[in-house]
Design a binder for this molecule. Structure first.
Ligand code: ZN
Length: 117
């Protein structure tokens, strides 16, 4: 984790040396400051170009919060899939693993529900 932060800081310094300017905006993915390099907007931490969404809706100041509904949907979809797998599974060991996974997904879902409010 520290290494990663360190390399992103180095990358930021490198961008600045190349004449990039730091923007007031934060990366929608990781929240790091964005850099303008010529006509591109770049996130040093994600190491990729950021394509701005046209609508204001998609550029949110709390990137994690915007992900919650999507994550929630994904978890629910996975739980539904898992239910079908459990239904068809007869092996006890496999069922135990599936049940554990289901509990983890439910816990994650529960945490998300709390974050959303
Ligand atoms: Zn980023």
């Amino acid at each position: 984790m520290e290494d990663k932060d360190d390399s992103s800081v180095r990358k930021m310094a490198e961008l600045l040396r190349q004449g990039a300017t730091m923007l007031a905006d934060a990366c929608p993915q990781c929240g790091s400051p964005l850099f303008k390099v010529k006509d591109d907007v770049y996130c040093a931490k994600c190491d990729r170009r950021i394509v701005y969404a046209e609508s204001d809706e998609e550029v949110e100041s709390h990137p994690v919060k915007t992900l919650i509904p999507e994550l929630r949907e994904t978890l629910i979809t996975k739980l539904k899939e898992l239910t079908e797998v459990v239904d068809a599974e007869t092996d006890t060991d496999s069922l135990t693993k599936l049940a554990n996974l289901m509990v983890l997904l439910l816990q994650a879902l529960h945490k998300l529900e709390n974050m959303g409010t």
